[in-house]
Design a protein. Structure first.
Length: 286
């Protein structure tokens, strides 16, 4: 009898999630049944977060780097989709920021500012936030992220797929890479000849800015994997401000025309304009 109880208990607790590092989530009732609205809920740790009408927490998935959902099949057991045909929001949220996509399985899913929304199966009560930073790819949904943290295949302007090896070299290969984007999903880059808090690319008249525009923003909130202390703002030729990360001035690539593009990694050669992430080394001093 004890053996039978153990087997049944184990089976009830085990649900396969999207990451091998994730804790096994518990089975819950389909949360969509009670989702009538989207609300802005204040949390003591995360500040204002997105929840459904029952105050169930909503999440973003870093792998959704383009305008689609990549959580499919077994992933959905741990991360059920959030969908409401008609969105009713608090006054602090704009209904125009919400949209509906058709998923690869043909079902509908609600997005916020282009990012698909999910629940986490281990959030069994209103107010639970147990899914943030799982696998370094799941983050509580917030309306005020200044940056996003994505996980995607690098595809250069040369059409080749790239990965970063253990020596921090860009080589051809298939695999996902984590990196920073702006809050709309546009890739941010460093310039390898730059030094700590020093932009060595942009000309004084900004005539080359269109090719690699400098990135400027006033930071508000960040995904929990990022530290505010790693960021700084510098003045470029005493004319414009530029955000830096770990000392690296940040740029867009003019050739990235759509959300999720990361073509700059191969221009003019792989490694000259690298992506940046939480594992990036500090920029060298002058």
């Amino acid at each position: 009898m004890k053996k039978l109880i153990f087997i049944l208990t184990f089976a009830a607790l085990f649900i396969q999630s999207c990451s091998s590092d994730d804790d096994a989530p518990q089975t819950i009732t389909d949360p969509q049944e009670n989702s009538a609205t989207v609300s802005l809920t204040n949390n003591s740790k995360f500040g204002n977060i997105l929840t459904d009408g029952s105050r169930r927490t909503l999440y973003f998935f870093s792998n959704d780097s383009k305008d689609n959902s990549t959580c499919t099949e077994s992933c959905l057991s741990a991360w059920p989709v959030f969908y409401q045909e008609t969105i009713k929001t608090d006054d602090d949220l704009d209904t125009n920021d919400f949209a509906t996509i058709t998923r690869p399985d043909g079902k509908k899913q609600t997005t916020y500012k282009g990012w698909p929304l999910y629940y986490y199966a281990n959030d069994v009560q209103a107010g639970d936030i147990n899914g943030d930073r799982i696998g370094e790819v799941w983050y509580v949904a917030k309306p005020d992220y200044s940056l996003m943290f994505v996980n995607a295949q690098l595809v250069g302007a040369d059409g080749k797929n790239y990965i970063i090896n253990s020596d921090n070299e860009y080589i051809e290969g298939e695999g996902l890479t984590k990196y920073l984007t702006d809050n709309a999903g546009n890739t941010l880059y460093a310039f390898s000849p730059d030094k700590k808090d020093t932009n060595n690319y942009t000309s004084e008249d900004f005539s080359n800015d269109a090719a690699w525009p400098i990135f400027t923003i006033s930071l508000e909130n960040l995904p929990s994997i990022l530290k505010l202390s790693d960021f700084n703002t510098i003045s470029v030729h005493n004319k414009r401000e530029q955000l830096t990360y770990k000392g690296w001035p940040l740029y867009y690539f003019g050739g990235d025309s759509a959300k999720g593009d990361n073509k700059g990694v191969s221009v003019p050669l792989p490694g000259i304009w690298p992506i940046v992430n939480h594992n990036s080394i500090e920029a060298p001093e002058e």
